[in-house]
Write a protein that binds this ligand. Structure first.
Ligand SMILES: Nc1nc2c(ncn2[C@@H]2O[C@H](COP(=O)(O)OP(=O)(O)OP(=O)(O)O)[C@@H](O)[C@H]2O)c(=O)[nH]1
Ligand SMILES: [Mg+2]
Length: 282
């Protein structure tokens, strides 16, 4: 489905990730609250091993809040990780909610002097996640205005840049990029509709038709906005009907399906259809 993740790219992303993981105490894994399973990387467990981890579900403003609660409970109980939901559009939310959790987890892991009362170095953390999940937004939000880069750390690595956070810990300024799971068509579609796969990696027309059929099956009420006379149609026909309802017509009165697809995907991605979570906890 995507043209962006050749095996060579994955191998490189994995190597970079392995290098960085060694340098930090805690990993913040960002996932998309609308697709907490599809936005996870199946190999992450293997790559980070027993490293302390927090799972943050980003974009909670676009997800169903009851489902987000259920997902956080599931992650803590079944996956046994600290889990937190974040709306990164709110400026201070990450610092207020996530930073204390990171500190609590990282603090006992930082090496201390023999007497145990002096930390030998600051806690170090990094953010990982699939494309477009909110990694840069989270880094900027945690860094705040005082983006003081501490420069290279002698003896650790010359190329890594660290950002000093308000609690004294250090955040790696480049996030770890995880490649999404693309071998499963349903997973790839969920990733594409939420924006994790860049344009050009999929057929917008086919994707919009699939989304309309999916919403008609699972959340029919959301399609009320398109004033469709019947939902009992194939995806392509639903897309035709949406195009007609929105006046996306070309010469001869045919529906401009490209424009209709664009409307459907944009209205889904920006939350105009409502807060929708596409996956329930198993
Ligand atoms: N509504 C909403 N949008 C968000 C949230 N977090 C991030 N975004 C938006 O999602 C888009 C991607 O955010 P980035 O921070 O660039 O994501 P990234 O993971 O760094 O993406 P890549 O660098 O492409 O891998 C941007 O348009 C953000 O404004 C959130 O909590 N809610
Ligand atoms: Mg980024």
């Amino acid at each position: 489905m995507s043209i962006h993740w050749f095996p060579g790219h994955m191998a490189k992303a994995k190597r970079l990730l392995l290098e960085s993981v060694k340098l930090v105490d805690v990993i913040v894994e960002l996932r998309d609250a609308r697709i907490p399973l599809a936005s996870a990387n199946p190999l992450l467990d293997k790559i980070i091993g027993k490293k302390a981890r927090i799972v943050a579900l980003a974009k909670t403003d676009l997800a169903n809040s009851e489902q987000t609660k259920a997902w956080l409970a599931y992650l803590e109980k079944v996956e046994r990780v600290k889990a937190i939901g974040l709306n990164l559009k709110r400026q201070h939310e990450a610092s207020r909610l996530l930073l204390p959790q990171i500190s609590a987890l990282a603090d006992p892991l930082v090496p201390r002097s023999k007497q145990g009362n002096v930390r030998l170095r600051p806690a170090r953390i990094m953010i990982v996640g699939i494309p477009n999940v909110g990694k840069s937004t989270l880094i900027n939000s945690l860094a705040g205005k005082s983006t003081a880069k501490t420069g290279s750390l002698p003896g650790v690595t010359r190329s890594k840049q660290w950002i000093k956070l308000s609690d004294g810990s250090e955040l790696l300024d480049t996030p770890g990029i995880l490649w999404p799971k693309l071998d499963d068509v349903l997973v790839a579609r969920k990733l594409a509709v939420t924006g994790a796969i860049g344009q050009g990696g999929f057929d917008e027309y086919e994707l919009a038709a699939w989304l309309l059929r999916y919403l008609a099956d699972h959340f029919p009420i959301l399609l009320g906005r398109y004033k469709l006379t019947s939902l009992d149609l194939a995806g392509e026909e639903l897309l035709q009907a949406v195009g007609r309802a929105r006046g996306c017509l070309v010469g001869g009165g045919d529906v401009d399906l490209q424009r209709a697809a664009d409307i459907v995907l944009t209205e889904f991605r920006t939350g105009k259809m409502g807060q929708i979570t596409l996956e329930s906890p198993p």
